[in-house]
Design a protein. Structure first.
Length: 244
């Protein structure tokens, strides 16, 4: 059993759920966020308050939660022409992908995370990628991440593994996983204090959280919450890329 994990932590619903998942399994957990010029940069301001709140929720989590890292990847935003890095309308592209897809984002994130994990003596990276309820991003697919894990292990001569606990969960099951991990206090924290909206809207608090309510991220989150509240979910909490 691995003893340490580095969680890709953006301040959103999925990464906060993944962090709770990791805190329930590993003796030492560190977090990593990226400032890449994202349009919804408000998520970055929520990270530290969320970490503090998670410590307050559970004494064991408080002991396990270690250092947080926030890295500047603004180069990614500068070379990307997407609705997540530019003030442009969200739309579908000719290739069948939404223009919220930032090419290479997750590939770069995980590669940078692997370099940091190597230096920190951490053997597991945890990410919130999912191909059950998602916008079709190819770098969120299990096949892509398996290939990347293999490349990192070969290129770094390491046994570092990638864990994706949400890979086969729909959004209703992601809410349910939070309930299973931290009860109503964790669900309430995710609802009010995390950020998912692509447009960075933090105004009205809906039953599912803050957001514009119309972008793809808000729609997935809202629909999932309502299915969760109605007791409908599909989950496989054993999802993984490799043992860890």
């Amino acid at each position: 059993m691995s003893s340490s994990a580095l969680v890709l932590f953006s301040g959103g619903q999925d990464s906060t759920t993944c962090l709770a998942w990791a805190l329930s399994r590993y003796a030492r957990v560190e977090t990593l966020g990226f400032d890449y010029g994202q349009r919804h940069s408000v998520e970055l301001s929520l990270r530290l308050p969320l970490l503090s709140s998670l410590r307050d929720l559970n004494a064991e989590w408080h002991q396990r939660l270690g250092e947080d890292h926030l890295l500047d990847l603004s180069l990614l935003g500068k070379i990307s022409d997407t609705a997540l890095t530019r003030d442009t309308a969200i739309a579908m592209q000719a290739n069948g992908l939404p223009n919220t897809f930032v090419p290479g984002r997750n590939l770069l994130f995980i590669t940078i995370a692997a370099a940091l994990a190597y230096r920190r003596g951490i053997d597991v990276i945890v990410g919130g990628m999912c191909e059950t309820d998602y916008s079709g991003y190819p770098d969120c697919r299990d096949e892509s991440l398996r290939a990347l894990e293999s490349a990192l292990q070969l290129g770094m001569a390491t046994t570092l593994s990638l864990r994706t606990p949400l890979m086969w969960l729909n959004k209703a099951a992601t809410w349910q996983l939070a309930q299973d991990l931290g009860g109503e206090p964790l669900v309430a924290l995710i609802r009010t204090d995390t950020h998912t909206c692509y447009l960075g809207e933090r105004g009205l608090l809906h039953d599912w959280g803050h957001g514009c309510g119309t972008c793809p991220a808000c729609e997935l989150r809202a629909n999932g919450y309502r299915e969760y509240a109605a007791g409908i979910s599909t989950k496989d909490t054993g999802s993984r890329l490799s043992p860890g």
